[in-house]
Design a protein around this ligand. Structure first.
Ligand code: AMP
Length: 380
């Protein structure tokens, strides 16, 4: 299967080739023709499935046949739960739009930053990617109109509802023209998502993409028995002695994350904490610096780990174990993707031993626990 058979024009096919996509992912194979046909879509798929391009490509194709956005009348509205996702989606649209005959302008707007530059950039925007709260603020300021929206997309709808955006979403739906195409993407079809999809979708085509089973055999898992007092120095010893260039360290609280980062930085290891109390701007910047190799260590809590979109990581360290075995698998799944093999290292205190046994039982894999007492941590 190639992109050529999906009904996209030559201009879009060229844009796809420029992004070095050769074969459409399953969700793209299914969604692109359906969206080009004007149908509503209920997509059950997670980040990583290629869902962004599955709606960006047909939406850009359909926009090619329309006149440019007039003043503040946007044509496509994409609602998302977080700033990170807004920026990511806008970048995908912009990446595909570079050389299209009919210029398409995409803008991401989100809270936590000044509203004025966003208001200034709005005129002439075709595709607006927005978090619900900021969109309502912009509407209150008459910075845009939804009267000519012909496509509504909800991405990560489950997360948007979990974050309590339902009321805002309903206010926004009420401002949209009745006749429009609707696409809803969600990782799960939770009850709350079902309510929303029934409200906004008309005879949708349901596309469900199973997440590929994580191949735990690709991931080299090891654990070290270490006392609570030696954990900090031992972590620094591991990073330095293994010469780890890019490592994601998981902890269970914001406080531990902050403390750990202070200690790592003091010891000459470039580290940054990623948790719910960091502003979205700070998180985005840290993530980019981590991806580019400027920051060596990201210390993250589970809460935001799903927002960390990195294709492959050589090392994941569980400085503290997560409560749920599911989270453990999710954490270590950050390494050992595709053909690359990765290493997941867990630091196990005597108090963790029982819980670690449960995790191993649940994932049906035994992890060897190595002693670390003999390692001299002086100077770390
Ligand atoms: P998404 O689920 O939309 O966040 O996409 C996950 C990742 O897959 C992104 O880094 C995309 O650039 C990449 N991607 C999406 N579709 C394709 C494709 N057909 N070929 C190669 N990479 C792709």
């Amino acid at each position: 299967m190639s992109f050529h058979s999906l009904g996209l024009s030559e201009a879009l096919l060229q844009a796809i080739a420029e992004q070095s996509y050769t074969t459409p992912y399953p969700i793209q194979q299914e969604a692109i023709p359906v969206i080009l046909n004007g149908k509503d879509v209920l997509g059950i798929a997670k980040t990583g499935s290629g869902k962004t391009a599955s709606f960006a490509l047909p939406v850009l194709e359909l926009l090619q046949k329309t006149s440019p956005a007039h003043n503040r009348f946007i044509k496509v509205l994409i609602l998302v739960p977080t700033r990170e996702l807004a920026v990511q989606i806008a970048e995908v649209f912009q990446g595909f739009s570079k050389k299209l005959p009919r210029k398409v302008r995409t803008l991401a707007v989100y809270g936590g930053v000044s509203i004025n530059p966003q208001m200034q950039h709005l005129p002439g925007t075709d595709v607006l990617v927005a978090t619900p709260g900021r969109l309502l603020d912009l509407l209150d300021n008459h910075a845009l109109s939804l009267a000519q929206v012909n496509t509504l997309i909800l991405d990560e709808a489950d997360k948007m509802l979990n974050l309590g955006f339902e009321e805002e979403m309903n206010k926004i739906f009420a401002l949209l023209p009745r006749k429009r195409q609707n696409l809803l993407f969600s990782a799960t079809l939770a009850d709350s998502v079902d309510v929303v999809q029934k409200k906004i979708l008309t005879q949708p085509v349901k596309i469900e993409i199973e997440e590929p089973e994580l191949d735990l055999d690709q991931i080299h898992q090891i654990a070290f028995a270490v006392t609570a007092e030696r954990k900090g120095p031992f972590l620094r010893y591991l990073i330095k002695s293994e010469n780890m260039k890019q490592v994601l360290v998981f902890v269970s609280s914001t406080r531990t994350a902050d403390n750990l980062v202070v200690k790592l930085n003091k010891n000459g290891i470039q580290a940054y904490a990623m948790h719910g109390q960091k502003s979205q701007g700070a998180r985005m910047m840290a993530l980019n610096r981590f991806k580019s190799g400027e920051i060596q260590v990201l210390v993250a809590t589970d809460l935001i780990s799903r927002g960390i979109d990195i294709q492959f990581l050589p090392y994941v360290i569980n400085f503290e174990l997560p409560r749920s075995p599911k989270d453990y698998v999710h954490r270590i799944g950050r390494t050992g993707r595709a053909d690359a093999s990765g290493e997941a290292i867990s630091l196990i205190t005597p108090e963790d031993e029982h819980h670690f046994k449960i995790i191993q039982k649940k994932m049906k894999k035994r992890v060897e626990i190595l002693e670390s007492n003999h390692i001299d941590l002086h100077g770390y």
